[in-house]
Design a protein around this ligand. Structure first.
Ligand SMILES: [Zn+2]
Length: 436
C-alpha cells in the first residue's frame, strides 16, 4: 500500500529514456500500448478526486497529475473511457514479444475492468462481498463456517484453561510479549536490518534504494508502505494499540524487505525504468494488483525467515532488544502457529458484516470469538472493513495463492534458492491473481 506523491525529475527523465529505448527497439514505430497506458494513468489519477484511498502511489510525470486536477472528470466519463480502453486493448489483440509484454496486456485489461467496477460502486451500486472481491481483486476467497475454526480454538482452549472467554485468557498470556513503547524503534530497526540482509543475499536491488520509518496514531491499519518513487518508501507504523513482538518481523518483511518496498522497487526498475511502461507509476489500491502486493508481502515473511530461522533470530536478537524473556520465544511461536489457523475468521466477519447479515457489534463479537482479537483490536478491524471492505482477502487468500504459485514453480520450503528465484520473478512482473 502506497501513497500519492509528486514525481521526482530523475524518475520523469528515466521514464522518457525508457520509452525512447523501447520505441527504437521496435524499429522506430511508437509503442502501440503507450497511448492506452497513458490514458489509464490519467483515469486512475482522475479517480483520486472521487475516492481518497484510490491512488495509493504515483511517481510519474507531474503534468499528468496537474492535468487530472484541472480536468476533474466525472465518474461517468471515467467509467465510459475505461470501457473504451478495454475495447481498444481487445482490438490490438495479444501482443507478440516476450511473456512480460503479454502479461502487460492482460494486466491493463483487468486493472481497467476493476476501475470500471469501482466507478459503479462509487455511484451507489451494491455488490455482495464475493462479487466485489471478484470485480476489484480478480479473486473470490473460500468461505468457512464456524466449525472450520473450532479445532484450533479447542486446542487453544486446552492451552489456556480457565473460565471466561478464551480471548481474555489468550490476551492475558500474550501481554508478556508486548514491545515497550520506548524500545519500539530499536526493535523495528533491527528487524528491518535483518529482513533486508536476508533479502540482499538472494535479490539484487538497485543502488540508493532506501526507506524511512514513522510512528503514527489514529489509523484503521497497523502498518503502511507509502512508495515515493526513485526506489524510496516511507513506512508508517500505527501505535494506537500494543505492538506484540511478532509484529516487528511481520511488518519489517511485509512493508519493507522482501515485501512492499522491494515489490515497488523491482517494478519501478524493470517495468518503468527499463521498459518505459508508464502505467506502473500509478498504483490504484482497489485493483487486482493489490492481491499480488499483499500476498507477496505476507508470503515474503516465510521466504525471508523460513520455519525455525525466525524463532532463532528473534530469541537471539529481538527478544533481548525488547527486554522480553528470550527463553519464551519458542513458546510464543507455538501458540501463534495455532492462532494463524484462525486467519480466515477475519474474512468471515467482513463478509457477513458487509453483506448486511450482522451489524457492527456482532462483527466485533465474531472477531473476538473466532479470530481471538481483544475488543479494541476487533473494533479497529471493523473500521478497516468500513474503509477497505473486501480488500481483507488480499492478505490471507493472497498469501495462499502466492504460495501455491511459487511452489508450482519449484519454490518449495526445502529449496530456498528456487523459492527466492520464483518469488523475485513474481515481484518483477505484472502478473495478476487469475494468472497465478
Ligand atoms: Zn500491505
Amino acid at each position: 500500500m502506497i501513497r500519492l506523491l509528486a514525481a521526482s525529475t530523475a524518475v520523469a527523465a528515466a521514464l522518457t529514456l525508457g520509452a525512447g529505448a523501447q520505441q527504437r527497439s521496435a524499429g522506430g514505430n511508437a509503442d502501440p500500448m503507450a497511448d492506452i497506458s497513458k490514458e489509464y494513468v490519467r483515469l486512475a489519477l482522475a479517480m483520486g478526486a472521487h475516492d481518497k484511498d484510490y491512488v495509493d502511489a504515483y511517481y510519474g510525470p507531474d503534468s499528468l497529475k496537474a492535468g487530472a486536477a484541472q480536468e476533474h472528470r466525472s465518474l461517468d466519463d471515467i467509467g465510459r473511457t475505461a470501457k473504451s480502453l478495454i475495447d481498444r486493448l481487445a482490438a490490438t489483440g495479444t501482443p507478440g514479444g516476450d511473456e512480460l509484454a503479454q502479461l502487460r496486456h492482460q494486466y491493463l485489461q483487468k486493472q481497467l475492468a476493476a476501475m470500471a467496477a469501482r466507478v459503479r460502486m462509487l455511484k451507489g451500486e451494491r455488490l455482495s462481498f464475493d462479487e466485489e472481491s471478484k470485480a476489484l481483486y480478480d479473486a473470490v476467497a473460500p468461505t468457512y463456517s464456524e466449525a472450520h475454526f473450532q479445532e484450533a480454538l479447542d486446542r487453544l482452549d486446552q492451552r489456556f484453561p480457565g473460565s471466561g472467554p478464551l480471548v481474555s485468557r489468550y490476551d492475558a498470556w500474550r501481554r508478556s510479549f508486548v514491545i515497550p513503547r520506548e524500545k519500539l524503534d530499536a526493535v523495528f530497526k533491527a528487524a528491518i536490518g535483518a529482513c533486508r540482509a536476508q533479502t540482499l543475499k538472494h535479490v539484487r536491488l538497485p543502488p540508493g534504494e532506501s526507506f524511512s520509518v514513522e510512528y503514527v496514531t489514529n489509523k484503521s491499519w497497523s502498518g503502511y508502505n507509502w512508495y515515493q518513487g526513485n526506489f524510496r518508501s516511507l513506512i508508517q507504523v500505527n501505535t494506537d494499540l500494543p505492538i506484540y513482538i511478532d509484529r516487528a518481523v511481520d511488518l519489517a518483511c511485509h512493508e519493507g524487505y522482501p515485501g512492499h518496498h522491494v515489490y515497488n522497487v523491482l517494478l519501478e526498475q524493470h517495468l518503468v525504468k527499463e521498459r518505459g511502461w508508464l502505467e506502473f507509476t500509478v498504483y490504484p489500491l482497489f485493483s487486482p494488483q493489490s492481491l499480488i502486493a499483499e500476498g507477496t508481502a505476507n508470503f515474503g515473511i516465510d521466504v525471508a525467515f523460513p520455519g525455525r530461522e525466525r524463532t532463532a533470530f528473534e530469541q537471539r536478537t529481538l527478544f533481548p532488544l525488547a527486554g522480553l524473556d528470550a527463553s519464551r520465544a519458542a513458546e510464543y511461536y507455538e501458540v501463534q502457529a495455532l492462532v494463524d489457523q484462525l486467519s480466515y475468521a477475519g474474512n468471515e466477519a467482513a463478509r457477513r458484516y458487509l453483506d448486511g447479515a450482522i451489524d457492527r457489534d456482532a462483527a466485533v463479537a465474531w472477531l473476538e470469538r473466532y479470530a481471538l482479537m481483544p475488543p479494541d483490536r476487533a473494533a479497529q478491524r471493523v473500521r478497516f472493513f468500513d474503509q477497505y471492505r473486501s480488500y481483507v482477502i488480499n492478505y490471507n487468500y493472497g498469501k495462499d495463492l502466492v504460495r501455491r504459485f511459487i511452489e508450482s514453480r519449484g519454490g518449495t520450503a526445502d529449496r530456498p534458492e528456487a523459492r527466492w528465484r520464483a518469488f523475485e520473478m513474481l515481484l518483477s512482473s505484472p502478473r495478476l491473481p487469475s494468472g497465478l
